[in-house]
Each structure stands twice: as structure tokens, then as C-alpha cells.
Design a protein around this ligand. Structure first.
Ligand code: G3I
Length: 477
């Protein structure tokens, strides 16, 4: 790691309070910069990032670690963009190639390049059906659910306090029917997305948490409506979500439609930020690029645009020539985007009071109550259960319950406990709950009732109230 490399998570935790103060100060400084920046249509900034900053927005690009040694690439990227997304390097297969063994070598390359050049970083992505390492692809049920939670915690701890926004969940909706995409994550239970967001909020309260998807740009498409309904539901139930990422990969099969502005403003009206996260347009029409830019500029909560690569040759769809640069040349689309950004006035929502980068009082440092490992008394043929708090935040917590078989296997289990202080479960996975007053009974799900002798399985839940780990009993029929 270079001098600006991220210190190891353990080191960072010891200065967490300091980091929050610094981040808060930077937030205020950033806002002051905005207030004093040129904000008239005549400012005519000469780079995309500076032009976007006039209205309090950013203009970003995907960066590939393998290209950071190419001066022709980095000179454009450094001059033009002020937000960076790692194109592949922070994905699950890159960051946790073996279960429990994290590797941030390439993620840190991109991160450090961005930070050393004064750019912010979007994190991409924590929970996704694609680009899973082999070990994760073969998991299912409670084991996969726990692996997802562990992955989110591991990656977010490494970059804690240093990521502008995380794509917490990526591409979880079906392409045509408006429902969820079938995947191993979806098969762990419909609540997997909200569990991912709750886990992410506790892991890094300073990061904005986004849901990110493609083909949710056209307001009339079922997929767009499906995601919209999920975000509305999350907002109504207090599931922590801050932003929606519209990937905006436009091509002949999924063309730009002028209702894109309706999509942006409709999501924003739910109380989330909207970010255009992976923009590329087949053929790079200057007119379409300007339309997309103006659609974002028209909605105060559309706070930034990221193009999915620097030059056409860097694109995942290079044959479509969909980006703003060809070799070292600015394309007509570049000029149309720059002009649109320069024509925008100041963004009325970007003021120090409305958009603080970090509000320390809202994000107190939460030290999860860690339940000491308890070795239960093993009764042959029976089972035992232990509650363990894995995350907590003001007013809520997340628990993993480990169900262990004794010296004989069990076929079906029932775990019971009584809440000490009015706690209520908001969402439970890998089990079936029955609640009667403060008494909770959880029976195995259809797929995890059989536990081998001396083996174990887990279920989990999020709950409202103060974190508690009451003693649980386990019985097996
Ligand atoms: O690095 C290896 C190289 O060593 C090997 O020789 C080569 C052989 O195929 O593969 C290279 O890795 C490829 C990697 O891109 C880097 O180029 C992978 O195969 C390839 O699968 C990977 O594709 C990425 C794709 O996500 C994977 O899903 C694209 O670069 C990346 O642009 C694309 O990004 C996604 C977003 O994350 C989510 N939204 C859609 C977007 C476009 O698909």
C-alpha cells in the first residue's frame, strides 16, 4: 500500500471517532467550496468533473486497476472525472476469493489512485448473483445468507468511512416480469435484500446505501416498477436505503426514452438520491448523451453521473463505441455533456444544512454486543441454541442463532426464548416464527430441520429494541 493506503481495519477502528470528525469537516468544506464556486451558466468549466460540481454534482467513471499503468488512460481519467467506481475490483469474487479470506489488492489500487488524485469513490458491489466466487456459488440457505452478511461486513469494514456510496445490492430483479430474479441469494428468502441493507448500515453508517440495476431507466417497464415498489416499501418500513443507481446502459434493445426523467424524479420523490451509475450509449449519440445529462440536472436529488469506462477501447462493449473518448480524442458526445453541465444552475438541494456528508450525531459509533461463545451442555439426542448479536444500531439489532445437535442427529427443531425488554422481530430468515407476547418460538424451515450429530445450522433475524441475548431452549421431536 502507498502512503495514502487504507490502514488495516483494526488500526482504523482505533481512530474511528477522529475519522468521523474529519469526514464531517470535509463535508462542510465541500459545501463551502460549492457555495463559492462559479455557478452561472457562463462559468464554462473545461472538464466534466468541474462542470458537474457547479451544481453540486459529480461526474465519474469506472476505473480498471489493470490500466492504471497507462499514462494515456490515467491522464484523461484524472483530468475529467471526480468520482471513481472500480469496474471489477471490489466485486465479491475479487474481494473474497476464499471464504473468510479477503483480498483488497486490486480494490485498493483503484481506491488509492482515486484518493491520491482527490476523487471520491463509489463502492461496487456487495451482494450480487453474478461474479460470485466458486465457493459462494455452491452455497445455499442459511449458509449462503450468513456468507453474504459476512462478506458485507468484511468489505465494508476495510473501506469504512471512505466510500461515498455503496451499491449494496446489484441487479436483483427479473428482466421482464417485475419480480425478483431467481438466484441462489433469492432462494435464501425474499428478505435477503433488506438484510443486506441493514447489515450495510451497521457496517458503515457514513456510506450512502444504493440499490443498483440495469433496465430500470424506462418508467413504463415492469422491472422499473418492481424496483420502485421495493424502494417505496423499504422507505415505508424504515429499511435503510439512501439511493437508487440507474445503470443506464442504453442500446438498441434497451434504448433511451424521454420518460427517463420521470423515472429519476419518481424515485427521488420516494426520498432517495438517484445516481446514474454505469452510463454508456451504443453509438454515443451527442443528442442522447445531452438528454441523459439534462434529465439528471432537472431533478435536484439526481446527484451524479458515472460513465462505464474512460475511452471506447476501455468499454465492456467496445464494439458499440459507447463512451465519451476515442483514444485521446473527445467525441461530440463529450462536448454535448460538458455544455449541458455548464448550462446548469446551482443545485438547490446542495447546501451545507441539507446535505451534510456525515452527521456524527446521526451515526453514533455502535459497538455490537458480542455474545461470548457459549459451549452448551450437550444432551444426547437433543439440541441446543445460542443467540449471538452480530450487528446493532440505535433502536435495532441483528442476531444469528446457532442450533446445535447433540451426539445424535435431529430431524426438526424448535427454539424458544423470552424477550427481556419488549424487543420485536422485524424480519427472520431460515426459520418459521410464532410470537406470543414476549415469547418467541422458531421452528426449522423446510430445508434446515435435519442437523447431523454434533453438527449445527443457523437462522437469523433483525429486531427492534435494545440488543439482547436471552437464554434459548431447543427441543427436537
Ligand atoms: O481479467 C481477466 C483476464 O485475465 C482473462 O484473460 C479474461 C478472459 O475472459 O477475463 C478477464 O476478466 C474479465 C473482466 O471483465 C476484466 O476484463 C471477465 O472475464 C469478464 O467477465 C469481466 O466482465 C465484467 C462484467 O461486469 C462481469 O459481469 C466487465 O468488465 C464489467 O464492465 C461488467 O460490469 C457490469 C457491472 O458490474 C454491473 N452492471 C453491468 C455491467 C456490464 O456488464
Amino acid at each position: 500500500m502507498g502512503t495514502n493506503a487504507i490502514p488495516p481495519p483494526g488500526t482504523r477502528r482505533t481512530v474511528k471517532g477522529l475519522r468521523i470528525v474529519v469526514a464531517g469537516a470535509l463535508g462542510v468544506l465541500g459545501a463551502i467550496t460549492f457555495l463559492t464556486a462559479p455557478n452561472s451558466a457562463n462559468a464554462a468549466e473545461s472538464t466534466l468533473g468541474a462542470a458537474a460540481a457547479q451544481s453540486g454534482r459529480y461526474f465519474g467513471t469506472a476505473i480498471s486497476a489493470g490500466k492504471l499503468g497507462e499514462a494515456a488512460y490515467t491522464s484523461i481519467a484524472n483530468a475529467e472525472f471526480n468520482m471513481v467506481t472500480a469496474e471489477n475490483e471490489m466485486k465479491i469474487d475479487a474481494t473474497e476469493p476464499n471464504r473468510g479470506q479477503f483480498n483488497f489488492t486490486n480494490g485498493d489500487r483503484v481506491f488509492n489512485w482515486a484518493r491520491q488524485n482527490g476523487k471520491r469513490v463509489r463502492g461496487h458491489t456487495l451482494a450480487w448473483h453474478s461474479q460470485q466466487p466458486g465457493w459462494m456459488q455452491s452455497l445455499s440457505g442459511s449458509t449462503l445468507r450468513q456468507a453474504m452478511i459476512d462478506h458485507i461486513n468484511g468489505v465494508m469494514a476495510h473501506y469504512r468511512g471512505n466510500i461515498y456510496a455503496w451499491d449494496v445490492v446489484n441487479e436483483a430483479f427479473d428482466d421482464s416480469n417485475g419480480g425478483r430474479r431467481q438466484s441462489n441469494l433469492q432462494a435464501t428468502g425474499n428478505d435477503w435484500i433488506e438484510v443486506a441493507f441493514r447489515t450495510a448500515r451497521a457496517a458503515d453508517p457514513a456510506a450512502k446505501l444504493c440499490y443498483n440495476d440495469y433496465n430500470i431507466d424506462n418508467w413504463t417497464w415492469a422491472k422499473t416498477q418492481g424496483v420502485y415498489n421495493m424502494v417505496r416499501d423499504f422507505k415505508s418500513r424504515g429499511v435503510p436505503i439512501d439511493c437508487v443507481g440507474l445503470q443506464a446502459h442504453f442500446n438498441s434493445g434497451s434504448p433511451y426514452n424521454s420518460n427517463f426523467r420521470t423515472t429519476i424524479s419518481s424515485f427521488a420523490a420516494l426520498g432517495v438520491d438517484v445516481q446514474i451509475t454505469e452510463l454508456d450509449i451504443q453509438g454515443a449519440s451527442a443528442q442522447t448523451y445531452a438528454a441523459v445529462t439534462n434529465d439528471c440536472l432537472a431533478v435536484p436529488r439526481c446527484n451524479g453521473i458515472t460513465v462505464w469506462g474512460v475511452r471506447d477501447q476501455d468499454s465492456w462493449r467496445s464494439g458499440d463505441t459507447p463512451l465519451l473518448f476515442s483514444g485521446s480524442s473527445k467525441k461530440p458526445a463529450y462536448t454535448s455533456v460538458l455544455n449541458a453541465l455548464n448550462a446548469a444552475g446551482p443545485n438547490p438541494t446542495v447546501t451545507p444544512t441539507v446535505t451534510p456528508t456525515v452527521t456524527p450525531t446521526v451515526t453514533p459509533t455502535v459497538t455490537p454486543t458480542v455474545t461470548p461463545t457459549v459451549t452448551p451442555t450437550v444432551v444426547p439426542g437433543a439440541c441446543s441454541a445460542t443467540l449471538s448479536t452480530v450487528n446493532s444500531w440505535p433502536g435495532g439489532f441483528q442476531t444469528t442463532v446457532t442450533v446445535r445437535a447433540g451426539t445424535s442427529s435431529v430431524n426438526g427443531w424448535t427454539v424458544r426464548w423470552t424477550w427481556p425488554g419488549g424487543q420485536t422481530i422485524s424480519s427472520l430468515w431460515n426459520g418459521q416464527q410464532t410470537v406470543s407476547g414476549s415469547s418467541v418460538t422458531v421452528r426449522n424451515a423446510a430445508y434446515n430441520g435435519s442437523v447431523a450429530a454434533n453438527g449445527s445450522t443457523t437462522f437469523g433475524f433483525t429486531a427492534n429494541g435494545s440488543a439482547a441475548t436471552p437464554t434459548a431452549t431447543c427441543t427436537s421431536p
